[in-house]
Ligand binder design. Structure first.
Ligand code: GLC
Length: 554
């Protein structure tokens, strides 16, 4: 522990990351779509919130088939978002405010309108043919294998001109690059270098687990757990199309490039079970700094499951692996819509008190909800391609609700996606003046976390969990320790741990009336209540051995 305290932490270890979805954050010119100058206008808000870095979803030129995740020029700015001068200004202003900028890097695929793909598809002997994945039809004319696109339908598209199929893990308009071709690797490392030389502080690497595919192109097996309501992609287990062992060699090279610069960060988007996920930290050589941990998104909101999974994750990390946590992003239903308004506050407390870097999704700090989008207004391709499955991501991408003025202060024009109609009473300006708001809770949690090294970087010690609650201690030597008790249910629960005795004071509570109340050994919690107790004193006491342990005794 002594060593822990003396250790210097890097900005991405003790700071908080905030995801900006640029289309929906702030429009500065009335065209209804957010932009870079809009982000510049809101820097004070972000600074006051206390976040260290912003991650911008893609801002590059794009036909916008997948809202920027289909890139047609990796080294430019989409004109609707602004100019390179706007970008430089944003970066300079962030740095002047001692904040950092993380860009989205999308190396798995480009747009079909990228010049690389245009060349590649022009003829079979074009030098860029092998930059993408081209395969002959099977002898019977069928698809090269059974792989499916994440966004519905097969992952192969027939190109009539050159009479071959190309592979697309996502949309037809997002052909996958061939990462077995060293020229592709060099080109993408050059893209990274371009932005690193400009001074960006890191990348969030999109779809990393998709980048290399099985060399033999074997069929994926059927998923025995598939249910009708699931995405069609989930009919198969993507064991040959994702998470291939060769991926690690590529991540090592990306990391080596980053390490030529000072303190740059690589976050990796990877949806995999814990033990597959942690492999992306690197085993012999360093890989990603933060393979995104989506556990709190993927798991049912069940205290025992979550408690066990936090321990599983903590247990899987080796000394230098830095944990991280996420409860929302632009691809997932918002936390409020998944677990309810009351529990979303408990989730905020969990996110901001666990050990490791939290990433916040814009609007979650004011409790924004998924907005139902009428069928004729759906824009997300995932929603359009599988209309009967309620998989559209538009609901979690609606414009930020800044204030009670027209269009919530997001735009002077017509917003690209409809707003939550309740924005006049649910917005950042109103919440800043209400002690009981989501925003106020986030502010308190962030402030406390930044003041207390136990919460920012201290050790995690599980204390108790049952079918309603979850409790743990965060502690750093020589610093006040904190006990976090969270009721993940709507009914009252009673925290009466048999393993510790403690006295302390509640310093942050989802019910502000409880703050400054002293507590000792047991606590009764309201439904949907979470609290952080600053401990004056605590000791472990030996627990009664369980029946299992008793029967194992001699
Ligand atoms: C990632 C992005 C998602 C995008 C997909 C294809 O999962 O987060 O928004 O649609 O990759 O690029």
């Amino acid at each position: 522990m002594q060593q822990e305290n003396q250790k210097q932490y890097l900005w991405w270890q003790d700071g908080i990351i905030y995801q900006v979805y640029p289309r929906s954050f702030q429009d500065s010119n009335g065209d209804g779509v957010g932009d870079l100058r809009g982000v510049i206008q809101r820097l004070d808000y972000l600074k006051n919130l206390g976040v260290k870095a912003i991650w911008l979803s893609p801002i590059y030129p794009s036909p916008m088939a997948d809202f920027g995740y289909d890139i047609s020029d990796y080294e430019g700015i989409w004109p609707t978002f602004g100019t390179m001068a706007d970008f430089d200004e944003l970066l300079a202003k962030l740095h002047a405010a001692e904040m950092k900028l993380i860009l989205d890097l999308v190396p798995n695929h480009s747009s079909d309108e990228h010049p690389w793909f245009r060349e590649s598809r022009s003829s079979r002997d074009n030098p860029k043919r092998d930059w993408y994945i081209w395969k002959d039809a099977r002898p019977d004319g069928g698809l090269p294998n059974n792989w499916l696109s994440v966004f519905g339908g097969p992952a192969w598209e027939w190109d009539e001109q050159t009479r071959q199929y190309y592979y697309h893990a996502f949309l037809v308009k997002q052909p996958d690059l061939n990462w077995r071709n060293p020229a592709v690797e060099r080109a993408m490392l050059d893209v990274m270098k371009f932005w690193l030389d400009k001074g960006v502080d890191g990348f969030r690497v999109d779809a990393m687990w998709h980048m290399i595919k099985d060399e033999q192109w074997r069929d994926n097996p059927h998923n025995p757990d598939y249910k009708e309501w699931m995405s069609t992609y989930e009919q198969l287990l993507p064991v040959y199309s994702t998470d291939q062992p060769e991926m690690h060699g590529i991540v090592i090279k990306m990391r080596k490039l980053l390490d030529e610069y000072d303190e740059r960060l690589m976050i990796a988007e990877i949806y995999l079970p814990v033990h597959r996920l942690v492999a992306y930290y690197g085993t012999h050589d360093k890989e990603a700094h933060l393979p995104f941990n989506f556990m709190l998104i993927s798991l049912p909101w069940d205290s025992r499951l979550i408690a066990a999974s936090i321990d599983e994750y903590e247990g899987a990390l080796v000394a230098d692996d830095w944990p991280n946590w996420v409860v929302g992003n632009h691809d997932q239903p918002r936390i409020t819509s998944r677990i309810g308004m009351g529990q979303a506050k408990v989730a905020a407390m969990l996110l901001l008190t666990l050990r490791g870097t939290p990433t916040l999704y814009y609007g979650d700090e004011i409790g924004m909800r998924d907005v139902p989008i009428p069928a004729d207004e759906v824009q997300d391709p995932q929603g359009l391609n599988m209309p009967e499955k309620n998989l559209s991501r538009d609901p979690e991408r609606t414009p930020m609700q800044w204030d009670a003025s027209t269009n919530a202060g997001f735009t002077a024009g017509e917003p690209w996606l409809r707003l939550d109609r309740t924005f006049r009473r649910r917005n950042a300006a109103i919440q800043a003046t209400t002690e009981y708001s989501h925003l106020c809770l986030y502010q308190k949690l962030i402030r406390l976390r930044r003041q207390e090294s136990s919460l920012m970087t201290g050790a995690y010690r599980p204390v108790y969990s049952d079918n309603q609650q979850l409790a743990y201690i965060r502690e750093a030597t020589g610093q006040p320790a904190f006990l976090i008790v969270l009721n993940l249910s709507h009914r009252p629960c009673y925290f009466t741990p048999s393993t510790i005795r403690f006295t302390g004071v509640i310093v942050v509570d989802t019910l502000p009336e409880q703050e400054q109340v002293s507590v000792k050994d047991t606590i009764g919690l309201f439904g949907d209540e979470g609290m952080i107790v600053e401990l004056d004193d605590w000791q472990p006491v030996s627990a009664n051995p369980t029946t299992h342990e008793l029967s194992a005794m001699p």
